[in-house]
Design a protein around this ligand. Structure first.
Ligand code: 3HC
Ligand code: NAI
Length: 691
């Protein structure tokens, strides 16, 4: 064995040389890895071996460029040098793939002459998710193998294709048995040599590109079809342009040069900076300073859900989906029947629904009218009405019924979980698991740590969240926790802006253009204006009261802030406009013209300020956790990183100055947080704050 460097070895199996990488956690292409590959291949080529296999130790093949190196000075061998060495090797090079071959990792594999993989492997070019494009020839080689349409879909979705599909696409030449990758790859390499197979260079194969030449409609249609999905993002269009270049360029090199140029544009832009930041933010959120990775966890083999309403049903589905049995309890038979029927309907209507799978999941679900059936559950999640008296009553009962060590969770949106926990004799077992609606779809889970919540309960909740496919963020007890607490700032300002002179659709447009999927008023119409509205108590005091009293309760009644046609397309409503004008007149308000800039600043800066208060009070561990909440739970555009990242991009000093200006003219809704003041006085950013 030759040790090439600290992460690379060169070994021999008879006449086959084996270059092995071992750079945990994911064999990313850091300088060390590139050096190791470059030197390893050179020595293998210079040896008397007849073929070369590239394989990785650990959990995966190369998962891409090392994202932490981006933006820094280039050291060591360059990726193109490594790729050229492999591709120009006079003896066949075989890449042996397990885990994931992603981004630069797949681009390296595409410079091998052949690729073999185990069935569980996945291959993809996910750069788009980082606001980038495959910058090492991926956009030029993939369409040469998979064809233009498939390549467009792969690079703009960033999807990881399973090995079987990769085989069909021609990305992989042969599947080898699970656990036998090395042996399989060596045998394959010997076969290539024995049969005198050619040294296939993907770059030289233009057949599939020829098929797309002179057909600009392929690209036009693809853009049109995906316009909504790509709205606001720079990277998808740049990816498409690269594939277009592959088809239209006079040579491979010319296409490559275009790819390089567009890659550098994205790399130095604000969107990719935000998306790369976000990649690490999501992973950071799992790290809780006083709950280390090795904290013991409790076993969760059976889950109880109390309440089969909007949230309870969706919450149950998350566990059924991963094979964990659920008992769901309601007050009355009809509510239970409705809840169970909704779950079934959601399964049947979900994309790619398979009847057997629906039945399998439903068979894990038991409905009941008594909490006694929670006795054998390891985790019980309460999702009943949002009232403290009811929650305390329920937790008092759960305390009697649940087995020792069971985790008792509440899905409350605003209530004080310490108070809820006080209804039990086991506050160490009580935690908040705040799902978002629809709970079977939304990725975010706010995990709420109360005063006495046990560390093992926190660790268990964070791990379980991952298991059910959620992105979990730990928050402390405060009204609305992280997300809703900040949302109420935006909502308050949006409502005030309408009174002052803006129309709901002006505000919605500004926030939509900023990148949110919809503005607050369109959102209210979708959710229903009558959530929490009680007819008997309604005295026309707010705009919402008036609209609800007129039976304009949102999309479901065909009108709310907007008017809706039969396709539920929203139109600004003259009725609403008149109501607003009358409302202003009744309050003696003279409407003024409000600029888009003011709308944005009024809606967003108080959120950033509230985020700072949340940090100052220790209710969030770090600024990036807040950003993860907003991107996953509220549609904050990921290409703007999240509210705290955006605050840094705008500049904490500028946010503070505006808050002070607004405070001066409009009062203490804009009182700056002490932390924001401190950051500015010290010339720091939110990103300078440590957990
Ligand atoms: N660079 C640097 N660090 C990386 C990394 C990368 N490409 N990919 C993963 N990591 C780190 C993570 O930050 C994490 O670190 P931590 O333990 O300190 O938090 C650790 O590796 C493990 O990652 P995950 O927690 O995500 O592990 P999973 O097993 O859940 O997922 C994965 C593994 C599917 C490989 C996932 O990490 C992933 O999707 N990685 C990014 C892949 C990617 O985007 N590649 C393209 C990079 S850009 C590129 O290649 C440009 C080229 O075209 C020139
Ligand atoms: P919902 O009204 O749709 O459902 C509540 C269900 O609980 C009803 O079916 C009711 O019959 C049942 N219920 C009430 N008391 C019960 C008891 N003692 N035993 C058994 N069942 C009982 O309410 P929704 O929207 O599902 O909200 C539930 C909780 O989730 C609330 O705390 C709410 O704040 C929270 N939440 C709601 C979100 C939403 O968007 N709807 C989002 C996140 C949290």
């Amino acid at each position: 064995m030759t040790e090439i460097n600290s992460v690379t070895t060169l070994t021999r199996d008879g006449d086959v040389a084996i270059v092995t990488l071992n750079s945990p956690p994911v064999n990313a292409l850091s300088a060390n890895v590139r050096d190791g590959l470059y030197e390893g291949f050179k020595q293998a080529i210079d040896s008397d071996a007849k073929a070369i296999v590239l394989i990785c130790d650990g959990r995966t093949f190369i998962a891409g460029a090392d994202i932490t190196e981006f933006g820094g000075a280039m050291k060591g061998a360059s990726l193109p040098e490594v790729q050229a060495t492999m591709e120009n090797s006079p003896k066949p090079v075989v890449a042996a793939i397990h885990g994931t071959a992603l981004g630069g990792g797949l681009e390296v594999a595409l410079c091998a002459h052949y690729r073999v993989a185990v069935p569980s492997a996945k291959l993809g070019l996910p750069e788009v998710a980082l606001g980038l494009l495959p910058g090492a020839g991926g956009t030029q080689r993939l369409p040469r193998i998979a064809g233009v349409e498939k390549a467009l879909e792969m690079v703009t979705s960033g999807r990881h294709a399973p090995a079987k599909e990769a085989l069909e696409m021609g990305l992989v030449d042969e599947l080898v048995e699970e656990g036998q990758l090395k042996e399989g790859a060596i045998a394959f390499a010997r076969k290539i040599v024995a049969e005198g197979k050619p040294l296939v260079k993907v770059r030289e194969n233009n057949t599939k590109l020829e098929e797309a030449k002179g057909k600009p409609e392929i690209f036009a249609e693809f853009r049109k079809k995906n316009a909504r999905k790509f709205r606001g993002f720079d990277a998808p269009e740049a990816n498409i342009k690269c594939i277009e270049a592959a088809v239209n360029a006079a040579s491979f090199e010319e296409g490559l040069a275009e790819e390089r140029k567009l890659f550098m544009q994205l790399m130095t832009g604000q969107q990719s900076a935000a998306q790369r930041y976000y990649f690490f933010a999501e992973r950071q959120a799992n790290k809780i300073p006083d709950v280390p990775d090795d904290t013991p966890v409790r076993e969760v083999k059976k889950v109880g859900v109390l309440g089969a309403g909007t949230m309870g049903g969706g919450i149950a589905m998350n566990f059924l989906n991963v094979g964990i049995p659920v008992t769901i309890v309601e007050l009355k038979q009809d509510a239970l029947d409705r809840g169970l029927a909704t779950i079934r309907k959601n399964y049947e209507r979900s994309r790619g629904a398979v009847p057997e799978q629906t039945e399998k999941r439903m068979s894990l679900l038991t409905g009941s009218l008594t909490m006694d059936d929670f006795a054998d559950c390891d985790l019980i999640i309460e999702a009943v009405f949002e009232r403290m008296d009811i929650k305390k009553d329920v937790f008092g009962k759960l305390d009697q019924i649940a087995k020792p060590g069971a985790i008792l969770a509440t899905n409350t949106s605003y209530l004080n979980i310490d108070e809820i926990a006080s209804a039990t004799k086991r506050p160490q077992d009580v935690i908040g698991l705040h799902f978002f609606s629809p709970a079977n779809v939304m990725k975010l889970l706010e995990v709420i740590r109360a005063d006495h919540t046990g560390k093992d309960v926190i660790a268990t909740s964070m791990k379980l969240a991952k298991k059910i496919g959620k992105v979990a963020v730990l928050a402390g007890v405060c009204p609305g926790f992280i997300g809703n607490r900040m949302l109420s700032q935006r909502q308050r300002e949006a409502n005030k802006l309408v009174l002052e002179g803006a129309m709901p659709w002006d505000i919605d447009r500004v926030l939509y253009d900023f990148g949110f999927p919809m503005g607050p008023f369109a959102m209210s119409d979708l959710a229903g204006l009558d959530i929490g509205w009680v007819k008997e108590n309604s005295k026309g005091e707010t705009l919402r009261d008036v609209l609800c009293e007129m039976d304009r309760r949102g999309q479901k009644t065909g009108a709310g802030f907007y008017d809706y046609d039969e396709n539920r397309t929203a139109k600004p409503s003259p009725v609403t406009e008149k109501i607003i004008q009358d409302f202003r007149a009744s309050k003696g308000i003279n409407a003024r013209t409000i600029s888009d800039e003011e709308i944005l600043e009024r809606c967003v800066y108080p959120m950033i300020n509230e985020g700072a208060k949340i940090l100052e009070e220790g209710k969030a561990i770090r600024p990036s956790d807040i950003d993860v909440v907003w991107v996953n739970g509220y549609g904050w555009p990921v290409y703007r990183g999240g509210p705290m990242f955006y605050g840094d991009q705008v500049g904490a000093d500028k946010v503070l100055a505006k808050m002070k200006e607004f405070q001066g003219s409009m009062g203490d809704d804009f009182k700056p947080s002490a932390l924001l003041e401190k950051l500015v006085s010290e010339g720091k950013k939110f990103s300078d704050l440590k957990a």
